[in-house]
Design a protein around this ligand. Structure first.
Ligand code: PHB
Length: 398
C-alpha cells in the first residue's frame, strides 16, 4: 500500500517558483485569490542563478505598482540608451529622445529575491525543493498537481486553474498532447560566453558590439561588478579559458579608433550560455495555462526573456481575476492568442538583434558586409533607431 497522500485545495496551482510563478502568486494573493506555488529548486539555487539584467519600463511598473517593494527603483539603474558598436565606432540609441522611455538594469536574481521576500512577508504558500512533480486532469474542472515535499510527504493539490511557470524544461508543457501542440524551434550556431568580474564599469551604458571577431556585450551589475559576454562556439569549454585570454578576446571585439579600453578585473564566474528560440502554441490546454519560459524561450540578445514572462503574468492575472471575481472566461479564452502576439514580436526582435550583431563562422564576405549595411541603416536613420528603441524598451501593448 502506498503512503497516505495529503490533499489540499486551492483556486490556482502554480508549478514553478521563479520570477513568473512568484509574480503571479503575489498578484493573485493581493486580489484575494488563493494559490499555492511548488518549485523543485531550493531558494539558494534560484537566487544564485545568473540571468539577464534588463527590465523594460512595463516590467518595472508591474513590480513597483503591485507593492513588491521599492528596490527595483532604489537599487536598479535607469538606462536611457544603449550603444551599438560596429566598425570600431559607437552609435548611441537614445531611448528617451526616440520613444520617451527607459529600461532598468536590475538583475533577474534580484527580482526573484524581492518576490520571494514579498511572498514570505504576506504568508504566501510557496513550497521549494519539491520532487517528482506531476500534473493531472488538466482538461477537467479540477486539475491536480502531485509532488513529494522535501520531508517526504506526498501531496496532491486540487485546483480550479493550473499554471505552468516551470521554465524551459517545463513538465506542464508536456501535459499538452503532441497532436494539439506545435513546437516552433530554431537553434543557432553559437552561444554566449558570460563572465562576472570585479571591476569598475567600462562605459556608462550597455555596449552591443559587432566586430569581425564576433559579438560582445559589455553590461554592468554595480559600481564594482560588471557582466560581459562574447559570442562563442556552443561546445566551448568555459573552464579552459584563462582570465587573460577572456579579456583579450573581449577587448579585440570592442577595439576602435576611439581607443575604448575595457577596465579589467578579477573574473569570479565564467560560463557558456545556451542560445535558442522556441515557442509552444497554444499556451493553453483545458484549464492549464503556460507562462514565461515554459511556453517560449528567446536568445539573450535584447534581454526579452524575463520581460516576456512578466508580460504573460500581467495578462494571465487580469484573466484569472475576471474569472474568479466576475465569473467571466472571456479573458482566459483570449490569453493564448493575446500573449502569443507579444511573444512573436519579441521572438522577431531577439532574432533580428542576434542576426544583425553576430557573425556566423561560415558567413560569406557578402553576408558580413550586408550586416554592416543593416546596422548603418538602423543607426543612420531616426526611423530605424525608433524601431529598435521601441522594441528594446518594450512595446506599449501586445
Ligand atoms: C545582462 O546584463 O545580463 C544582459 C543585458 C542585456 C542583454 C543580455 C544580458 O541583452
Amino acid at each position: 500500500m502506498s503512503a497516505p497522500r495529503t490533499t489540499v485545495t486551492t483556486q490556482v496551482g502554480i508549478v514553478g517558483g521563479g520570477p513568473a510563478g512568484l509574480m503571479l502568486s503575489h498578484l493573485l494573493a493581493k486580489a484575494g485569490i488563493d494559490n499555492i506555488v511548488v518549485e523543485k529548486r531550493d531558494h539558494e539555487t534560484i537566487r544564485t542563478t545568473h540571468r539577464a539584467g534588463i527590465l523594460e519600463h512595463g516590467s518595472v511598473k508591474l513590480l513597483n505598482d503591485s507593492g513588491v517593494n521599492g528596490r527595483v527603483l532604489s537599487e536598479g539603474h535607469r538606462h536611457d540608451g544603449i550603444d551599438l558598436r560596429f566598425g570600431g565606432r559607437s552609435h548611441r540609441i537614445d531611448f528617451q529622445d526616440l520613444v520617451g522611455e527607459s529600461v532598468w538594469l536590475y538583475p533577474q536574481n534580484e527580482v526573484f529575491v524581492d518576490l520571494a521576500a514579498a511572498r514570505e512577508r504576506d504568508s504566501g504558500d510557496v513550497r521549494y525543493s519539491v520532487r517528482d512533480t506531476e500534473v493531472l486532469d488538466v482538461t477537467t474542472a479540477t486539475p491536480k498537481i502531485r509532488f513529494t515535499e522535501a520531508d517526504g510527504t506526498e501531496v496532491e493539490i486540487r485546483c480550479r486553474i493550473l499554471v505552468g511557470a516551470d521554465g524551459s524544461q517545463s513538465i506542464c508543457r508536456r501535459a499538452i498532447p503532441a497532436d494539439v501542440r506545435s513546437d516552433h524551434f530554431i537553434e543557432y550556431p553559437f552561444a554566449w560566453f558570460g563572465i562576472l568580474t570585479e571591476a569598475p564599469p567600462s562605459a556608462p551604458e550597455l555596449i552591443y558590439a559587432r566586430s569581425e571577431h564576433g559579438f560582445a556585450l559589455i553590461s554592468q551589475r554595480s559600481e564594482t561588478v560588471q557582466r560581459m559576454y562574447f559570442q562563442c562556439d556552443p561546445a566551448e569549454d568555459a573552464s579552459a579559458w584563462t582570465e587573460e585570454r577572456i579579456w583579450d578576446e573581449l577587448q579585440r571585439r570592442v577595439e576602435g579608433p576611439d581607443g575604448l579600453e575595457l577596465k579589467r578585473g578579477r573574473i569570479f564566474e565564467q560560463m557558456v550560455l545556451p542560445f535558442r528560440s522556441y515557442v509552444c502554441e497554444p499556451l493553453r490546454h483545458g484549464n492549464l495555462f503556460l507562462a514565461g519560459d515554459a511556453g517560449h524561450t528567446v536568445p539573450p540578445t535584447g534581454a526579452k526573456g524575463l520581460n516576456l514572462a512578466l508580460a504573460d503574468v500581467g495578462l494571465l492575472f487580469h484573466a484569472l481575476d475576471s474569472f474568479f471575481s466576475a465569473g467571466s472566461s472571456t479573458l482566459l479564452d483570449a490569453y493564448s492568442e493575446t500573449a502569443l502576439r507579444r511573444v512573436w514580436k519579441a521572438q522577431n526582435f531577439s532574432y533580428w538583434m542576434t542576426s544583425m550583431l553576430h557573425t556566423r563562422s561560415d558567413a560569406t564576405p557578402f553576408e558580413r558586409k550586408r550586416s554592416l549595411g543593416e546596422l548603418a541603416a538602423v543607426t543612420g536613420s531616426r526611423y530605424g533607431q525608433q524601431y529598435l528603441a521601441e522594441g528594446y524598451t518594450g512595446w506599449p501593448d501586445n
